[in-house]
Design a protein around this ligand. Structure first.
Ligand code: NCD
Ligand code: ZN
Length: 369
């Protein structure tokens, strides 16, 4: 694994016409693959399009040892369909007492690509997360020293703070002091949702970047309450007001290298979404690249899609861009209502994909090479 900073210049011209887009193969810099039967089902929609993905460690129990990451990586590789080239980049789940030796060893052995900070109880499977940033100062110091990126779920978990303000409060009261204390640390603020986050990342050093999901580019908070309670649109950080969505669209399509693709595809079985206490997470993997393409087209920025999806991420992480290319064709398609599990035992064991029932303008072309 290459960790030296490397700037990738565009070597082949992006091909863009009225009805076809050809881009370097993209990577997904923020992905949940789960485990067991769900894992076996959800790897394929990602690996058919994306070459690499940073895999989140919030399993139950979370990935907190080098061996558990090795084993998980192996289970992922077993689920990759024949013919797909796919590299999962594994992450360590930071807890109050995860030792710096584990991080050092995992990073040195090329097992851990990065470490993930979940403020305790901020989101799905984050109960074992960090209760106070001071508890991980030694771990973070080590990461800064060895060049291991820190990936952050940037929300405070304080229930006294309005849920729509939790990202902005995190940035001001936690992220800012952390970056000041560790100025050489490479940090990604994951799945940003606010104009404040956009502005903060734009005005920070090149050591800070942010990922942007397809769903936060498409929906605002009204989607959650459109004609009833719509748990399919519930994720964390929760979608915000329209002006925040507009700021995210401008950021994603701006051509600024600090913003790149991270789907945060987060599958939950139907029974856990349709519940009095439904899980946070949107499963967007089956149509992620098409969903982004639609946004870039609407913003008249299709010529910037490749940088966002395939160049800025590798540049930030010091990896080469992918040699392979993919293509999308302008062929409207209706997204199916259900994504079936390979081994479903009850009628509730399926996943509902983002954009279910909607028509998307672009389609991934599996036969192009
Ligand atoms: C994610 C999940 O389900 O694991 N949920 C979500 O709403 N995004 C966790 C996370 O990334 O916050
Ligand atoms: Zn996530």
């Amino acid at each position: 694994m290459v960790h030296s900073p490397e700037v990738n210049l565009r070597l082949i011209p992006l091909h863009l016409s009225q009805d076809r887009i050809i881009i370097r193969q993209p990577d997904d810099w923020h992905l949940h693959l789960r485990d067991g039967d769900v894992l076996k089902t959800v790897v394929a929609p990602t690996s058919r399009v994306f070459r690499r993905a940073i895999v989140m460690p919030n399993l139950q129990p979370p990935i907190t040892s080098v061996q558990s990451a090795i084993d998980y990586r192996q289970r992922i590789m077993h689920a990759v369909p024949d013919g797909d080239l796919f590299t999962p980049l594994m992450t360590a789940y930071l807890t109050d007492d995860l030792s710096e030796e584990v991080l050092r060893e995992g990073f040195a052995r090329g097992v851990f690509f990065a470490a993930k900070l979940y403020p305790a109880n901020s989101t799905t499977n984050s109960a074992a997360g960090v209760t106070s940033l001071e508890n991980i100062y030694t771990a973070v110091e080590t990461m800064e020293e060895i060049g291991m990126p820190l990936l952050i779920h940037g929300e405070v978990a304080d229930i006294e703070i309005d849920i729509f303000d939790r990202e902005a409060v995190f940035i001001e009261s936690h992220l800012q002091p952390l970056l000041k204390r560790f100025p050489s640390l490479r940090v990604v603020l994951e799945h940003i949702t606010t104009a404040e986050a956009v502005e903060y990342v734009q005005n920070s050093s090149a050591k800070l970047a942010a990922t942007i999901t397809p769903h936060h580019l498409h929906i605002n908070r009204n989607a959650l309450f459109n004609g009833g309670l719509r748990s399919d649109f519930f994720c964390l950080p929760v979608a915000k007001r329209e002006h925040h969505r507009m700021a995210l669209r401008r950021a994603a399509t701006s051509g600024e290298p600090c913003f790149f693709l991270g789907t945060d595809s987060a599958p939950h079985l139907r029974e856990f979404k349709e519940s009095s206490c439904g899980c946070a997470g949107i499963f967007n993997a089956p149509n992620a690249i098409e969903s982004y393409a639609q946004v870039f087209e609407e913003e008249e920025a299709l010529d910037r899609l490749e940088d966002f999806s395939s160049v800025f991420g590798p540049n930030f992480y010091g990896l080469p861009v992918n040699k392979e290319i993919i293509s999308l064709v302008k062929k409207p398609h209706v997204v199916s209502l259900r994504f079936e599990l390979k081994k479903a035992e009850t009628s509730f064991e399926y996943l509902a994909p983002f954009h279910a029932g909607e028509t998307l303008n672009w389609s991934f072309d599996p036969n192009f090479s």
